[in-house]
Design a protein around this ligand. Structure first.
Ligand code: GLY
Length: 352
């Protein structure tokens, strides 16, 4: 058992990280929720696997749960799906004391979180992340959003959950590609914050190695994210470090229309590109990119993705770290230490 507490004043909450916690979600949620109705939002991939367990546990704890299922895939994280969930909750008689539960990966968490943040101007929200990526990143810290035609996560909000329940057992049902997708974000924490974690991940070598100690690894990642979010909940400074590898990663994802590469795969190649650029511009200790490449290869993640030159400007102009003709770019000083640096986009594009 390795639980954490995110301290954000009135918006504080626990992260429960325990084997078997999925089947205990009812009693765990009962400690923090006020109302009776619980709208569990999930997707067509996850609901058949875990929907009954979650609903049974909620019923057993005295809640009146209902399950709303959206099609699996990023295309469900859109304004039309958001509106149809608003209507479903309204038709289900939602009141201010009721609750939305997100049961699934990052797509479900972001969408359900935005529903919770906006229906009746905000109802209680519980995250039950079922992917490695969602457990170590998107379920913690309160970023909720939908995608627009112009780009990912462009309409959203900060809305902290009342509780995060993560069950390490659910990760064993993930296909290899989805597990490795999450490993990119796990490795990112080692890169930006904790060299010992980076070395440990390198020594664990593969999925089997990680799974043997997965609770410790996910707790280490969430603890880093907790420290960052506690200092910069609204993403005006330190939290930007979590975007290491993401500036280029978003370019790759978008250039391939979010079809060819998963988020983690794009971020993996983005971390190598950022480290190479950092070495070229003397922001990063030499040899850093090679160390990142080696660890990514052991987790079957790409170390290089090509995108047309026009894709860089197109994506970066919409980047949240963009400041007119400049951008705040996250460089590693070395493994375990990251710094944001303000650069002109022109200077950056010239080095690509
Ligand atoms: N996923 C980046 C953040 O939560 O800030």
């Amino acid at each position: 058992m390795s639980d954490l507490h995110v301290s954000l004043g009135e918006r504080s909450y626990d992260i429960i990280n325990r084997r078997g916690s999925l089947a205990q979600c009812g009693p765990l949620a009962a400690k923090v929720l006020r109302g009776k109705k619980v709208f569990v939002i999930s997707d067509s991939g996850v609901a058949p696997l875990y929907g009954d367990t979650v609903l049974d546990s909620l019923r057993g704890a005295g809640f009146a749960p209902s399950l709303l299922t959206v099609p699996a895939g990023e295309s469900s994280k859109c304004p039309a799906q958001l509106a149809s969930l608003w209507e479903a909750l309204a038709a289900g008689g939602v009141t201010r004391s009721d609750c939305v539960v997100a049961l699934g990966g990052g797509m479900v968490g972001d969408l359900a979180g935005f529903v919770a943040a906006t229906i009746l101007r905000g109802v209680d929200f519980v995250q039950i992340p079922t992917t490695l990526l969602a457990q170590v990143d998107s379920s913690v810290g309160g970023k909720v959003a939908v995608d627009l035609e112009a780009g990912k996560n462009l309409a959203g909000s900060f809305y902290q959950p009342k509780l995060v329940i993560m069950d390490p057992d659910v990760l064993s049902s993930l296909p290899d590609r989805a597990f490795h997708d999450g490993m990119a974000e796990v490795i990112k924490y080692g890169c930006i914050w904790d060299e010992a974690l980076f070395e440990r991940l390198a020594a664990l070598r593969n999925r089997a190695g990680i799974e043997a100690v997965v609770e410790e690894i996910t707790t280490s990642c969430c603890d880093i994210k907790r420290q960052i979010v506690e200092q910069d909940e609204l993403d005006t400074g330190l939290r930007m470090l979590l975007n290491f590898g993401h500036t280029f990663g978003h370019v790759y994802e978008k250039a391939y229309r979010y079809e060819t590469y998963t988020h983690g795969e794009a971020v993996a190649a983005g971390m190598v590109a950022a480290a190479r650029l950092g070495e070229k511009m003397d922001h990063t200790e030499s040899g850093t990119a090679a160390r990142i490449e080696a660890i990514l290869q052991s987790y079957h993640l790409p170390t290089e993705i090509n995108a047309p030159r026009t894709a860089y400007a197109e994506t970066m102009n919409l980047d949240k770290k963009s400041l007119g003709s400049d951008i705040r770019f996250v460089f590693l000083e070395r493994i375990g230490k990251a710094n944001p640096v303000r650069l002109s986009k022109e200077e950056l594009f010239a080095k690509l």
